[in-house]
Design a protein around this ligand. Structure first.
Ligand SMILES: [Zn+2]
Length: 401
């Protein structure tokens, strides 16, 4: 199930090769997933000798989840189906006006309702994933602190579930962690077991995959690299400390050096890049300073974690082509040689990374045990007879396994 969800359609014989199971077992498992409405099959291509192997595809309506991203300056909501199909999507700007978590969640819930009302014939969402710009406790998904949102100790998931009136599981996680999960599963970190994704906007955070698994730390707070104290005599950070990495490398620092302090958001960064394109020396040196400060923090990350690949996401991906020379030169001076070889690449999923990661977090709940998806009331089944046949097949499969 996870294979067709992440890698797309696969023939039964591909799945047999991938899982190491024999073809008849794969056939039984596909029959069970079909009976639960999770996959669909179509005839495979003819041409090879023997019977063509049917192609198994994830059914986007088999499981649908709500994915939500709460950033400092924008909100995004999507309904995403199995296989990663985006079925509906909406994003809005969010003023950096210190609005409360309750007001923001009420707005998010309003967008969710609009998207859900637009799909009245479809099966209801089965889980919700939230990516938020803040420190999130792994055990219960509490937002412990969102320094730039100005929120502390908010049970965001519970708040959303109550406001929406949906009784489904809600999973909440840090936005950089979710961008990392998305890039690892579907983007720049695919196939890479030692991977770091550095997410930059006003705040800076990293998600870490070590030995193929997410590194979360005791409470889930690992990767808060934006608050590494790299400039002890530096500026005050939102978190209350002085000289955090994000005060030198975050969006505000770039805009300040480019002479645009007080502006913000993606448009503001684009303007600095346009000025650099036009040869403006202030914009160019501001971006180079960001490249240098990126290297200072990345040297710490590289020496600690020895990653194979680092993806730069958020506005870091936009400035990478302009900042790469300054970054590479500084890193070669700051990092010992074998470690400095870590590849630095732009993230592939753009601003949608945290949203896609939040969806994957919600899918994970079902992918861990696809057999927990109920057999009844699947819209794909046209008649009660179909259901009876399906249930009988599943019973037989269970016995066989
Ligand atoms: Zn800080």
């Amino acid at each position: 199930m996870r294979r067709v969800h992440l890698a797309g359609p696969a023939s039964r014989s591909d799945l047999a090769n991938y899982t190491g199971l024999n073809r008849s077992t794969v056939g039984d498992l596909v029959a069970e997933l079909t009976a639960r409405g999770l996959v669909q099959e179509r005839a495979g291509p003819r041409g090879a000798p023997g019977r063509p192997s049917p192609i198994v595809t994830a059914n986007p309506n088999g499981i649908t989840v709500l994915a939500i991203a709460i950033f400092d300056d924008s909100l995004a909501v999507a309904i995403i189906g199995l296989g990663g199909r985006v079925l509906a999507r909406e994003s809005v700007e969010r003023a950096r006006d210190g609005s409360s978590a309750e007001a923001t969640i009420a707005r998010v819930a309003g967008i969710c309702r609009t998207l859900l009302d637009g799909r009245p014939e479809q099966s209801p969402v089965q889980a919700i994933g939230i990516a938020v710009a803040g420190v999130v406790q792994r055990s219960d998904g509490e937002l412990v602190v969102g320094p730039n949102l100005g929120w502390r100790h908010v049970a965001l998931g519970e708040l959303l579930r109550t406001t929406l009136g949906l009784d489904v599981p809600v999973f909440t996680a840090n936005d950089a962690d979710m961008a990392t999960l998305a890039e690892h599963l579907r983007g720049a970190g695919m196939g890479c077991d030692d991977f770091v994704c550095l997410w930059g906007e006003v705040g800076v955070g990293a998600g870490i995959i070590a030995g193929g698994r997410p590194l979360s730390g005791r409470s889930g707070f690992a990767g808060e690299v934006g608050h590494l104290p790299l400039s002890p005599a530096g500026r005050l950070c939102h978190c209350g400390a002085r000289g955090c990495w994000e005060t030198e490398v975050g969006e505000h620092a770039l805009l300040r050096r480019a002479g645009r302090a007080g502006s913000g958001g993606p448009g503001a960064i684009d303007l600095v890049l346009a000025r650099a394109d036009a040869g403006d020396p202030v914009a160019i040196s501001a971006i180079e300073a960001s490249g240098l400060w990126l290297a200072v923090g990345l040297a710490t990350v590289i020496h600690t974690l020895n990653p194979e690949r680092i993806a730069l996401a958020g506005f870091f991906a936009s400035i990478l082509p302009y900042a790469r020379d300054a970054l590479t030169k500084a890193l070669s001076e700051l990092a010992i040689e074998p470690l400095a070889a870590a590849a630095i690449v732009p993230a592939r999923l753009g601003a949608d990374g945290p949203l896609i990661g939040a969806a994957e977090l919600a899918f994970e709940h079902w992918l861990d045990d696809p057999a927990s998806v109920p057999l009844i009331d699947r819209p794909e089944w046209s008649s009660t007879a179909d259901r009876r046949v399906a249930a009988k097949e599943v019973g037989a499969t269970r016995l066989a396994i």
